[in-house]
Design a protein around this ligand. Structure first.
Ligand SMILES: [Zn+2]
Length: 66
């Protein structure tokens, strides 16, 4: 249970635009334009149970082994 990992996994925009409202992102709140957008996005993540780590936990190769 490491929240730090999730923070690193946040999707970064290559366009330099806030993924929440498409405004130019602020270096202080990258990739968001403001703390407000950062908080909103983070809240959506938690609510949706967005978990990239789960992909790594699903070892399909192991399931194929009989
Ligand atoms: Zn924004």
């Amino acid at each position: 249970m490491t929240d730090e990992k999730r923070v690193e996994s946040l999707p970064l925009t290559k366009t330099g635009l806030c993924p929440n409202c498409n405004k130019p992102s602020d270096v202080k709140y990258r990739p968001f334009c403001s703390k407000r957008c950062a908080d909103v996005d983070l809240g959506q993540w938690l609510n949706e149970g967005y978990c990239i780590e789960s992909e790594e936990e699903n070892n399909f190769d192991e399931e194929d082994v009989t």
